[in-house]
Design a binder for this molecule. Structure first.
Ligand SMILES: *Cc1c(COP(=O)(O)O)cnc(C)c1O
Length: 459
């Protein structure tokens, strides 16, 4: 049988797809019972994937079986209830189901003509995001892989617009002889912001860094005088302590001075969509561009990032491309808002997650994360030998023992236990344990159990 005939018959019989879905549903059903982190054995078993590029075809059943047998145990249970590492987020079942369907569609969402459904959903979600976050009417959205790329897009729009206003077309004339722009950012800006600054040619050494307070918030009084050549980068949700910059105060002034304001709010911007927390984001509507993730606080499947830009022309021109074969329509062309041309239709799972939860569901999910975090703080502060170093505002805890050595040992013990997972970080020069509560699924019991594990690990 030719490979083509074989593939036709696999499509027709559907068995391999049923098998994949069945393995996947078994996995997600048991995700809370398994080790949060792979065992040494599971990691060792990954050796079976080491082989040279096969000469012959492989039976698809063997492929799926190997993935299930050796791949699944070597995954990290991020979708589970007790994964508190990094800031990852679980997955809302409705979003996952929609993603599975969209996988079968296998759409290229670059242009309307390539995927009318993706173009339509992108248009709808753009408006939903503006309403959820309380941003200016007409704000444009681009759907990218994550906040790393969203930061690049927002800052590219800033670069384009500020230079264009100074009579310089960056797309045509490049950067080397252009008027000089200033980048002003907090000393605790996320590392992906620094990467974007490097990638866009600003250079991290040219950045004017502003000192932060003990909780990682930019001190507004220390921001230098800005002008119409300045890009100011703020943060909604410090990646360690979770704090929010004082947007209202900072943006009001920076806007008067003519600066472009970009907000990195990967997980934190979502607090705008929750009654109990929305005061933290007061004033964000004064900014010019925003970056956030669906895959963190909103718990969409990976990968799902969003860039928002007040000035539609600025982002479209900054990410400009054209070619003879491009077919424009009167509809939305997704690729005008992202650096890629071909792109999977990740909008499907974002749309499905938003539609499933509704404003009320999002509100409940976010206040649940806040409450579990406060519970974690309360219970852990009663355990001798742990100190919480940050002011708990949303979903992040920064924890330390008496000294760095002890903190590291305790962290290692917790991680080796594999019943919950937390990561390490550095906070004000100290080694710390970082706890991030960002799964819809974490229960009160999960928090209490994890606190007990902390105590055991310490002993
Ligand atoms: C996670 C994070 C990023 C990077 O987002 P990705 O989705 O991983 O690209 C940027 N900024 C902050 C504050 C983050 O927490």
């Amino acid at each position: 049988m030719s490979i083509q005939q074989k593939m036709f018959s696999e499509l027709k019989e559907k068995e391999i797809f049923k098998k994949a879905v069945s393995m996947g549903t078994d996995y997600i059903n048991r995700v809370n019972d398994r080790n949060v982190y792979p065992t040494e054995q599971a990691l060792n078993d990954l050796k079976i994937f080491e082989e040279s590029m096969p000469e012959d075809q492989t039976d698809v059943n063997k492929i799926l079986n190997d993935l299930d047998k050796y791949g699944s145990p070597a995954t990290v249970a991020q979708a589970g209830r007790r994964y508190f590492g990094f800031v990852c987020g679980s997955v809302v079942p409705a979003g996952l189901a929609a993603k599975i369907l969209a996988s079968f569609w296998d759409q290229n969402s670059s242009m309307f003509v390539l995927s009318p459904i993706a173009a339509k959903l992108e248009m709808v979600v753009e408006k939903w995001m503006v309403s959820l976050l309380g941003l200016p009417e007409g704000t444009a959205a681009g759907f990218v892989s994550g906040t790393s790329v969203a930061n690049i897009c927002g800052l590219a729009a800033a670069r384009y617009k500020l230079l264009n206003d100074l009579g310089w077309d960056i797309n045509k004339k490049g950067f080397s002889d252009s008027p000089k722009l200033r980048i002003v950012a907090g000393r605790q800006a996320h590392s992906t912001v620094l990467r974007a600054i490097g990638l866009l040619g600003f250079g991290s050494d040219n950045t004017e860094y502003v000192d932060c307070d003990d909780n990682g918030r930019i001190v507004p009084e220390l921001i230098p005088e800005l002008d119409n050549r300045s890009i100011l980068i703020l943060q909604a949700g410090n990646v360690n302590g979770g704090s929010f910059d004082d947007f209202e105060k900072i943006c009001t002034k920076a806007k008067k001075e003519g600066a472009w304001i970009h907000i990195d709010g990967a997980f934190g911007l979502w607090v705008a969509a929750c009654n109990q927390t929305s005061h933290y984001t007061k004033g964000i509507e004064l900014a010019d561009s925003w970056a956030l993730d669906g895959h963190k606080t909103l718990n969409t499947p990976y990968d799902n990032g969003i860039v928002l830009c007040r000035n539609r022309e600025a982002i479209v021109n900054a990410l400009h491309m054209s070619a003879g074969y491009i077919v424009l329509s009167d509809h939305r062309e997704g690729m005008f808002y992202t650096p890629e041309m071909s792109r999977r239709a990740r909008i499907v799972e974002l749309w499905a997650t938003l539609k499933y939860l509704g404003k009320k569901g999002i509100d409940e999910m976010i206040s649940g994360m806040l409450e579990r975090t406060k519970q974690f703080e309360r219970e852990l502060s009663e355990v001798k030998g742990f100190k919480i170093l940050n002011e708990v505002v949303f979903n992040q805890l920064v924890v330390a023992c008496e000294n760095d050595e002890l903190t590291e040992k305790v962290l290692k013990n917790i991680q080796e236990d594999r019943v919950c997972w937390v990561g390490g970080s550095v906070w004000q020069g100290r080694k710390v344990i970082r706890v991030s509560v960002c799964s819809w699924a974490t229960t009160e019991e999960d928090v209490s159990m994890s606190v007990r594990l902390f105590a055991d690990a310490r002993r």
